[in-house]
Design a protein around this ligand. Structure first.
Ligand SMILES: NC(=O)c1ccc[n+]([C@@H]2O[C@H](COP(=O)([O-])OP(=O)(O)OC[C@H]3O[C@@H](n4cnc5c(N)ncnc54)[C@H](OP(=O)(O)O)[C@@H]3O)[C@@H](O)[C@H]2O)c1
Length: 240
């Protein structure tokens, strides 16, 4: 019998992929929801910037949890995008819309679907969002991303309080991982200063070797789940 059930969005690259590679459970069923696949996981090909496809994710939460008799459930929501790195009002409307749907709406709607599907099992469950310091800082050129990360922080606090009140063993956490060497960071470094005025700082961080490896960060993120943190905690991995 499979002991753990792990859902990962954005498991095809960067931090999400590293979470799959460093899975701490010896016997787990892992589903990766992304457009691309990842070794070590079942691939559910979905474009999470398309609301019409969210129902497929919800249906898979339902079916996987209905058949689950193990003792641990984790949902790592890592899917996110900076694209388009542009000032608001200066890019294509459709690109901006996709950014908002993926970064702001998908985490909330999929979080709600996950909690609803969890009614099928008494197993303890964690929902871990990959947050960002961008939720609190102004980065010109990243408005949809900054606002989306702020939305996820506050959804975490609010739904964490709800789950604590219910006394349910469903914990919601949001953890910012620091600056991590992934394709998302490469995209930042390739952006002209007109669209992202702080690009020089990110180029310098890269040149100084300050970016952290995804696998090291992933291990720390798994370790966060072993801590006795209050439901709804929002934290930065660098400050503990
Ligand atoms: N890297 C950093 O320094 C850093 C810092 C703070 C927070 N974060 C956060 O960490 C998370 C992972 O980022 P990363 O750095 O690992 O970036 P990444 O390597 O670019 O990975 C992004 C992931 O999101 C998925 N994704 C993007 N658009 C999607 C869509 N429309 N539908 C489904 N999946 C989609 C991608 O999968 P597909 O392309 O296969 O669909 C990919 O697996 C993000 O939430 C990001 O905000 C990263």
């Amino acid at each position: 019998m499979t002991r753990a059930l792990v859902f990962v969005t954005g498991g095809s690259s960067g931090i999400g992929r590293a979470m799959i590679d460093t899975l701490p459970f010896p016997d787990a069923r892992v589903l990766n929801f992304a457009r691309r696949s990842a070794p070590g996981s079942e691939h559910v090909a979905v474009d999470l910037a398309d609301p019409a496809q969210w129902q497929r994710v919800a249906a898979l939460f339902e079916s996987a949890l209905r058949d689950f008799a193990g003792d641990r459930v984790v949902f790592v929501h890592a899917a996110g995008t900076l694209t388009p790195i542009r000032f608001a009002g200066e890019g294509r409307a459709s690109d901006y819309q996709r950014n908002v749907l993926l970064n702001s709406a998908a985490p909330q709607v999929l979080g709600d679907a996950f909690l609803r599907a969890l009614r099928a099992t008494p197993a303890p469950a964690d929902l871990l969002f990959i947050g960002s310091g961008a939720s609190q800082s102004v980065y010109e050129g990243w408005s949809g991303y900054c606002a989306g990360k702020a939305a996820v922080d506050h959804w975490t606090r609010t739904v964490g309080a709800e789950q604590a009140r219910r006394g349910a063993r469903r914990r919601i956490l949001c953890v910012a991982p620091g600056v991590v060497a992934t394709p998302m960071q490469a995209e930042i470094r390739e952006t002209p200063p007109r669209d992202f005025p702080e690009v020089a700082r990110f180029l310098a961080l890269h040149d100084e070797g300050a970016l952290r490896e995804p696998s090291a960060v992933a291990r720390e993120l798994w370790a966060v789940l072993d801590r006795d943190l209050p439901n709804g905690s929002v934290l930065d991995i660098r400050s503990g």
